[in-house]
Design a protein around this ligand. Structure first.
Ligand code: PRP
Ligand code: MG
Length: 212
């Protein structure tokens, strides 16, 4: 019998809520933290614990059939992939921020300036749309430190509580997009596994309705 392969974030903010919603739809997995793969006991499903940024490619290649992933990651790296359900948790923004002392009031004011980010495609989309140009410094984490060490005039990163911005003396000046966790599927998914996704989606809808 075919098994559905679903990717969830290995560690980080999405992991816990992803496992929680799976549990709420009746999927119980043995949660060995260093195991990168776990089988469900009561549904033909395997969970793959992967790095966020790698998930879009795994979906594209059909290595996994589906994923619970931040919409922001899909917008950055998987614009071609299909969102089948919005999950309503892990809400965040992808925003432009600058030092508190900066005069910049929007992305427009960073025209010709340096922006540090882990979301180059997203920033480029917005720059292009607005007819602007900026020098992007791509860094993978701790982006908020960049202005303080003289690496950038502004940043683009995820804002959730806002505490990282605050602690680094930055202020949000423009929200590029709002994001939440979503269920996305692979273009390569088999009919059999699509039927399993449909089953899960049906359960998800009722759990999400109950959360409203
Ligand atoms: C994420 C994100 C922001 C921060 C936002 O970083 O990149 O820096 O969380 O959350 P907040 O608004 O609640 O402070 P994370 O802590 O995951 O580390 P990383 O950037 O080094 O990956
Ligand atoms: Mg960060």
């Amino acid at each position: 019998m075919s098994k559905l392969k679903i990717a969830v974030q290995k560690s980080g903010r999405l992991n816990e809520d992803s496992m929680k919603i799976l549990k709420e739809i009746g999927i119980s997995v043995d949660n060995g933290k260093d195991q990168l793969k776990a089988s469900a006991r009561n549904f033909p499903l395997e969970v793959f614990y992967l790095r966020n940024g790698d998930i879009p490619q795994y979906l594209r290649d059909g290595v996994v059939d589906a994923a619970i992933i931040g919409e922001n990651v899909l917008i950055e790296k998987g614009n071609d992939l299909k969102i089948v359900e919005r999950l309503g948790f892990s809400k965040c923004k992808v925003s432009i921020a600058v030092p508190k002392s900066s005069k910049a009031k929007s992305l427009k004011d960073l025209d010709g300036k340096r922006i540090a980010t882990s979301y180059p495609n997203t920033v480029n989309q917005f720059l292009e749309k607005a007819g602007l140009k900026a020098n992007l410094h791509i860094i993978n984490g701790s982006v908020e430190i960049a202005p303080n060490i003289g690496l950038a005039d502004g940043i683009c990163d995820i804002v959730s509580s806002g505490s990282t911005l605050f602690k680094n003396g930055l202020k949000e000046i423009e929200v590029l997009l709002k994001s939440e966790a979503v269920l996305a599927t692979s273009p390569m998914i088999s009919e059999e596994n699509q039927a399993l996704i449909d089953k899960l989606q049906f359960r998800l809808k009722s759990v999400l309705k109950g959360r409203e």
